[in-house]
Design a protein around this ligand. Structure first.
Ligand code: SF4
Ligand code: SF4
Length: 77
């Protein structure tokens, strides 16, 4: 299963990752980070398809996606 890691203190709660996610499973936590922003969390991990759209869309590079399997090598960056 793909894994998403949100670097909480980089997040500014802009929700671009949620807009970009085809599964709509990135949501904003009700908790705040140190800057006072609601940060992104993965709401339903089993539904993640590892497409990396959330990470690509983030202007602050606050999301990393870890995917096992050769079929995703094309997207490596
Ligand atoms: S990798 Fe794709 S499916 Fe998974 S959370 Fe990010 S945008 Fe959504
Ligand atoms: S796109 Fe980046 S900065 Fe914006 S909410 Fe998502 S993780 Fe946070």
């Amino acid at each position: 299963m793909p894994k998403i890691e949100v670097m909480v203190e980089r997040c500014k709660g802009c929700e671009r990752c949620n807009d970009a996610c085809p599964q709509r499973i990135v949501q904003m936590s009700p908790k705040l980070n140190a800057k006072g922003y609601n940060f992104a969390v993965l709401a339903d991990p089993p539904r993640c398809i590892g497409c990396r759209m959330c990470a690509i869309s983030c202007p602050d590079s606050a999301i990393e996606v870890f995917v096992e399997g050769a079929q995703y090598e094309f997207f490596a960056y």
